[in-house]
Design a protein around this ligand. Structure first.
Ligand code: S3P
Length: 189
């Protein structure tokens, strides 16, 4: 049995929030829970939250799937980098990024320079269970999701590992993951 370290108290969370001077940027594979975890984390810290994919969709007035389909992945990556660069100028906040963002060298360099990157990691089974709930992800449309997720996770691991903080997201409630991120941030800052 794994016993988690105790969660931070409300006053410890408030103190931590005052020490966060840059965006906390969640990176990691699709399905790991960056958006859900990011929203909860932002709420607890009293910081604004943004989801890079949603911001891209708003800027383009199109879904991520449509952008991939009509203009291709390179075009999406270019827009993704520009949107993330803009969001990184917004001061302390929590920012969830799409799974491929931190794999792009220029986007990764921006995040490492201007944010606090947190790699949310999960095993393939957990990722598959979560991605199967939505079929909006263009990279999973052309093949076997298990094969694609397994391959992308392996290909991307060395990029994600450049994040200074790594937290494992288990199949249980996202609140546990949020608590672990708070603890890691408190130890790191
Ligand atoms: C992608 C992940 C997606 C989205 C796009 C590409 C990827 O975001 O940005 O479909 O390359 O892994 P999520 O990680 O939020 O699913």
């Amino acid at each position: 049995m794994t016993i988690d370290a105790p969660s931070l108290s409300d006053s410890e969370i408030r103190t931590l929030a005052t020490r966060i001077d840059r965006p906390v940027v969640l990176v990691g594979m699709m399905g790991v829970g960056k958006s859900t975890v990011g929203r909860k984390l932002a709420q607890l810290l009293g910081l604004p939250f943004a989801d890079a994919d949603e911001e891209i969709e708003q800027a383009a007035q199109m879904s991520v799937g449509e952008i991939f389909e009509r203009f291709g992945e390179d075009y999406f990556r270019d827009g993704e980098r520009r949107v993330i660069a803009r969001l990184l100028e917004s001061g302390p906040m929590v920012l969830a990024t799409g799974g491929g963002a931190f794999v792009q060298p220029a986007t990764r360099a921006l995040i490492l320079e201007r944010g606090i990157a947190v790699w949310l990691d999960s095993d393939v089974e957990t990722l598959l269970a979560r991605v199967s709930r939505r079929d909006t992800r263009p990279l999973l449309r052309d093949g076997d999701p298990r094969e694609i997720v397994t391959r992308l996770k392996a290909e991307r691991a060395s990029s994600y590992a450049e994040a200074p903080i790594r937290v494992t997201s288990n199949p249980g409630p996202h609140g546990d993951t949020v608590n672990r991120i708070l603890q890691e941030l408190a130890a790191w800052l």
